[in-house]
Design a protein around this ligand. Structure first.
Ligand code: SF4
Length: 413
């Protein structure tokens, strides 16, 4: 019998992937992000046999999923000034004023957007869309945008409400918004899409992200989404583990299981290695090295991106800025510096010897191996002292190299 926490994890993972499969299809707009990053996930999801649904009438699903669904349901009710559905029994005890405030905030943003549009704009909630032209199959639930606002033949506004805590990519690079925008234009015409992500749980500056797609950009988007779907239909599509795994079938996924879950957390890692055979150890090291290489590459790409897209001290990466790196003190010429250090040491030792005190040892002023480099100026001054004549000899040799401009963590973070 697995421990209780594993059962809970299993249930919520199964509940999420089951919902993804049976209700929302394998490649619906809300899952395009995962399809894009892990094309093989669709084949894997298709291959999973799901347990029969519970027909006892009891509510099933994880608490966050039920809470999110209920907030989605009451948003249009609050917008229209109707009586709100009470929270389902599963979450009745945990709903707080903050949950209602989150919905109020979303409603107020939707009202602002509507107020900024011409008077012939109309709003559609949970509008069913046909995205088969993109190769998207919406499953039983169909493809439904949370909110569509149509200015006929002019503009399609797509609003998606994210009531979870987990960061979700904004409209500019998230194919979910692009897919709904494409569907809206197919149905109602217009030549641009104004997309909004409303996520009240995030900090103020990230709660409302928006982006406008002009018509040429929407043509590019169409090709991109078709490409994502084509990649998922390849029987050899790779499984690519990442942040997007959170809403996927992690427990059934060999990629997820083999990479890090293969390292048990309750054992000392060294002890664990004793129990593996050489092939398993080789495979583990291979994977970890590949992951390490990928991480280095990703960090370099991020830093280069931030630097190339800088705007003054802003680099477009939260928590980081363009600034000068740490300055460093190098000894200008190690050969000269070593010679000067030795001469000063000899002088200082003459006095120390006369006073009967322990002498300074050369090996404490330089670093092995040979040819030795002088130690840091701080360490050398600590040993030789800061007499005026010592400073006059050594200070000109200390060259301060200013730090390089680049993407660095913000000082106050
Ligand atoms: S758990 Fe991650 S790696 Fe596995 S199929 Fe899902 S998205 Fe891909």
């Amino acid at each position: 019998m697995p421990p209780e926490f594993l059962q809970t994890l299993w249930k919520s993972s199964r509940a999420r992937s089951q919902m993804a499969n049976e209700d929302h299809g394998y490649n619906s707009p809300s899952q395009l992000w995962r399809c894009k990053l892990c094309p093989g996930s669709v084949n894997l999801l298709r291959s999973i046999v799901h347990p029969e649904k519970d027909d006892s009438g009891e509510e099933t699903g994880s608490i966050p999923a039920v809470l999110g669904t209920w907030k989605h349901d009451i948003t249009p009710q609050m917008y229209r000034g109707e009586e709100l559905d009470p929270p389902p029994a599963l979450i009745a005890g945990i709903v707080t004023d903050k949950d209602y405030e989150d919905v109020e905030w979303v409603v107020s943003r939707i009202r602002e957007i509507v107020a900024s549009l011409p008077s012939n704009a109309f709003i559609l909630w949970e509008h069913q869309m046909d995205l088969s032209g993109l190769g998207i199959d919406g499953g039983k639930h169909g493809c439904r945008a949370d909110v569509l606002i149509i200015v006929p033949a002019v503009l399609v506004v797509v609003i998606d409400m994210k009531y979870g805590f987990k960061w979700v990519a904004g409209p500019r690079c998230n194919p979910q918004f692009q897919g709904y925008g494409w569907g809206g234009m197919e149905e109602f015409g217009g030549d641009k899409v104004w997309a909004h992500k409303l996520q009240p749980a995030l900090p103020e500056n990230l709660r409302h992200l928006q982006y406008t797609f002009e018509s040429e950009e929407m043509q590019r988007v169409e090709g991109e989404i078709k490409g994502i779907i084509d990649a998922t239909n390849d029987p050899e599509a790779p499984l690519c583990r990442g942040d997007h795994c959170i809403f996927c079938c992690k427990l059934e996924c060999p990629q997820w299981r083999d990479t890090f879950l293969a390292i048990p957390k309750h054992l000392a890692f060294y002890e664990h290695l004793n129990r593996l055979d050489p092939i398993e150890r080789g495979s583990m090291l291979d994977k970890l090295k590949a992951a390490q290489g990928w991480v280095d590459k990703a960090i370099k790409a991020l830093i280069a991106w931030g630097y190339e897209n800088r705007d003054g001290s802003e680099c477009g990466i939260d928590g980081f800025e363009i600034s000068l790196g740490r300055s460093s003190n190098d000894w200008g010429n190690p050969v000269k510096a070593r010679k000067a250090i030795r001469e000063i040491m000899v002088e200082r030792n003459k006095k120390l010897r006369a006073q009967g005190k322990p002498e300074i040892e050369y090996r404490n002023l330089v670093d092995a191996p040979i040819p030795a480099m002088p130690r840091s100026s701080y360490q050398v001054f600590k040993k030789l002292g800061r007499a005026k004549w010592v400073l006059e000899i050594l200070e000109p040799m200390i060259v301060s190299t200013p730090g390089q401009e680049g993407v660095h963590r913000k000082k106050n973070d």
